[in-house]
Design a protein around this ligand. Structure first.
Ligand SMILES: Nc1ncnc2c1ncn2[C@@H]1O[C@H](COP(=O)(O)OP(=O)(O)OP(=O)(O)O)[C@@H](O)[C@H]1O
Length: 322
């Protein structure tokens, strides 16, 4: 008997592993753009789910940003039904402008995926990100300069979302999609997007590094993720110890390691309402100076109109005082 091609078999194994974590009888929804990665994922889920005693469905999001997108989304949903995926639905979203076009589309997409998952009581939403997507995310995260959390890339499991293909090279996953009706999103190669530019560079970087770059970046992401999780949980403890009366006591923070103090200060500022996207390392450093380099300086101005002052041994919000 002839088995499936090796690429198809590898994708099926990865999907089988992800499905094994779900309760028998539950529904796994494949988020499918119609591109090769998520098409290979959908085909593998259609094959594996019944064998694991699960149900698999498909959801495709129409961002309504390109001509013919509604027809394409409908075709993807019809293809899902032909594969035996149930439900297989296309959802149209309105993409806003906040944070730039990529972020706005992502936000609208995840909102729609979450809503469909909730509506159908899905146990998981499967995403088709590959090791190459992870490598691009790590490089972009490193360039942003925002620390371990962003260089840790995408989580293999986060809430209802799962990324079964995160350890597989894109070329392999594309190989598994060879016989599937796939659509190539022109946005993926549009140099207007930072991700597309990094994506285009990846083969050159891989060659320059003498191979192993994508796999190494994916491993770096996994290691940093574990480190960041530990630091975040230690920071949560410190935050609790330092909290008093809506403020943070300087004494509790001053003795802590800079890595933990920075996390606590950042979390607190966000809790007070500073928008995370606009809170820079310089803001956190200015708060840190109130704790460790105190020379009676004035209050620190944070985005969102928030002002923080050091008052009687504690950091407090002072823009609310009369
Ligand atoms: N319009 C969409 N509808 C549903 N899911 C989507 C959509 N766009 C992206 N996704 C999900 O997010 C994953 C990553 O998408 P992205 O466009 O970043 O990567 P990609 O490598 O081009 O993937 P693909 O080949 O599946 O399009 C996809 O594999 C898919 O699971």
């Amino acid at each position: 008997m002839v088995g499936p091609p090796p690429a198809v078999a590898a994708v099926r194994v990865a999907v089988r592993g992800a499905l094994r974590a779900l309760p028998v009888g539950s529904l796994a929804l494949v988020a499918c753009s119609g591109g090769p990665d998520s098409a290979a994922l959908a085909a593998a889920a259609a094959f594996e789910a019944p064998r694991a005693g699960l149900r698999a469905g498909l959801v495709t999001v129409d961002h309504a940003l390109q001509a013919g997108s509604a027809e394409r989304a409908a075709e993807v949903a019809t293809w899902g039904t032909e594969l035996g995926l149930e439900p297989s639905v296309a959802v149209r979203v309105a993409v806003g402008t906040a944070g730039g076009p990529e972020a706005a589309a992502r936000h609208a997409r995840y909102e729609a995926l979450g809503a469909v998952a909730a509506e159908h009581g899905a146990a998981a939403v499967l995403l088709g990100h590959t090791a190459d997507d992870q490598a691009e995310t790590v490089l972009l995260g490193l360039a942003r300069g925002s620390g371990a959390r962003s260089a840790a890339g995408m989580a293999p499991v986060r809430g209802v979302y799962r990324r079964p293909l995160l350890d597989l090279p894109r070329a392999l996953v594309h190989g598994a999609a060879e016989d599937l009706p796939v659509w190539h999103d022109p946005h993926n190669v549009d140099p207007a997007y930072a991700r597309s530019r990094v994506r285009a560079l990846l083969p050159t970087l891989e060659e320059a590094a003498g191979g192993g770059l994508v796999a190494g970046l994916a491993r770096t992401a996994a290691l940093l993720r574990a480190d960041a999780e530990l630091l975040d949980s230690l920071a949560a403890e410190l935050h609790e110890d330092a909290s008093a009366d809506g403020g943070l006591t300087v004494r509790a923070l001053a003795d802590a390691h800079r890595a933990l103090r920075g996390r606590v200060l950042r979390r607190w500022a966000i809790e007070l309402g500073a928008p995370p996207g606009t809170l820079s390392a310089a803001h956190v450093d200015a708060l840190d100076a109130l704790v460790t380099r105190w020379r009676g300086q004035g209050s620190v101005h944070l985005p969102g109109g928030i002002r923080i002052a050091r008052v009687r041994g504690a950091l407090r919000r002072d823009d609310r005082l009369p």
